[in-house]
Design a protein around this ligand. Structure first.
Ligand SMILES: Cc1cc2nc3c(=O)[nH]c(=O)nc-3n(C[C@H](O)[C@H](O)[C@H](O)COP(=O)(O)O)c2cc1C
Length: 341
């Protein structure tokens, strides 16, 4: 019996925060954990080559509170992907995800990402090698189609081929990608969303764990999709306004209602940033991620201005978030809470 058959059952959360380059680094994942204890979190895509040859602590380090957390790998060489998966498992990740959705030129020239949708047998081989190498689950995130292979039947063929190698977990960005002609950003907005085909996939392959992704704006929309699929993944809406998702543990997981207070989250992020006092680049990144917390709130402009002044100059201040929170509280009349920052 191979290790694949022995791997532990995977019962993933029904809500996840999408992998996003330059966004879902460990600091943003830490922020999301202030808001949801249940969401499944993903790293940014890391190439398998980088994991094998690069600075592992920098690429793979994370805080224990981030569990459950998935490492997303990009690559097309089965042996390198398997080696990187093994390293990811040893680093403590709860699952390893294969990126079959990114359409950027750089990724395409490495023959991985969305262009792998044109090579289902290769993805099946990559999956099989990775799943043999680790005991944590190996999962796939892909598009609904690419270029002219964009019919439902093409997606079904892709999923069936990869499932025949043992894969049970598919996350589908419900819009096709054009491999040339559109930038990655355009490929996230211009092709229309086709969630109904992901719902159909779940109906026709009920034994597979199917997650839909793309354009979901809030918890209510996520709940609607959950009538049709096993899980939903949200990216940009969580990044742009994390607190919009503060009821996710209650509504989607049935946890008792817990108020998520903006100032409490800011205090926690302020304390977190101070842990990185000797690393100006980390302080800047943490500060950038908290910008979304004030989306649509009174005093947001002042908050962002003060945060910018203290965090984005040549000498970022580790207490920049606390200072900006103080200004926000004065505008919003929340002095007492901020003094706890
Ligand atoms: C800035 C940015 C970076 C992204 N990076 C990745 C990535 O590294 N890996 C990946 O699979 N998808 C990546 N995506 C795609 C998202 O995971 C997601 O599939 C897409 O944004 C659609 O979901 P949304 O409409 O909820 O944002 C990225 C998206 C954005 C906006």
């Amino acid at each position: 019996m191979g290790r694949r058959a022995m791997s532990h059952p995977w019962n993933p959360p029904r809500f996840s925060v999408a992998p996003m380059m330059d966004r879902t680094d460990r600091h943003f994942r830490y922020l999301v954990r202030r808001i949801s204890r249940r969401a499944l979190l993903y790293t940014e895509m890391v190439t398998a080559d980088a994991v094998v040859h690069g600075d592992r602590q920098r690429l793979l380090g994370f805080d224990p509170c981030e569990h459950p957390v998935v490492l997303q790998l990009g690559g097309s060489d089965p042996a390198t992907m398997a080696a990187a998966a093994r390293i990811g498992e040893a680093a403590g990740y709860d699952a390893i995800n294969i990126n079959v959705g990114c359409p950027s030129d750089r990724v395409r020239s490495g023959r991985f990402g969305a262009c792998l949708m044109l090579e289902p047998a290769r993805v099946a081989e990559i999956y099989a090698r990775m799943a043999d190498a680790v005991s944590v689950p190996v999962t796939v995130k892909h598009r609904i189609g690419v270029d002219d292979r964009d019919r439902y039947e093409h997606m079904l063929e892709f999923v069936d081929t990869v499932a025949s190698a043992g894969c049970r977990h598919f996350t589908i960005h419900a819009r096709k990608a054009w491999l040339s002609g559109l930038s990655p950003k355009q490929n996230r907005t211009i092709p229309p969303l086709r969630h109904a085909e992901v719902h159909r996939l779940k109906r026709e392959r009920p034994h597979l764990w199917i997650e839909t992704n793309g354009g979901i704006q809030d918890v209510a929309q996520a709940a609607e999709h959950l009538a049709h699929v096993d899980a939903v993944m949200v990216g940009r809406a969580v990044y742009d306004d994390p607190l919009r998702f503060s009821s996710v543990d209650h509504v989607l997981f049935g946890d008792p209602m817990r108020e998520v207070d903006l100032f409490h989250v800011l205090a926690e992020m302020d304390a977190y940033a101070r842990r990185f006092a000797g690393s100006p680049e980390e302080v800047r990144r943490i500060a950038r991620h908290v910008m979304g917390l004030v989306t649509g709130r009174r005093g947001a402009r002042a908050f962002r201005r003060i945060l910018g002044e203290h965090a984005f100059g040549p000498d970022p201040k580790p207490d920049a978030i606390g200072r900006a929170a103080f200004a926000l509280a004065r505008i919003g009349g929340r002095r007492a809470v901020v003094e706890a920052c």
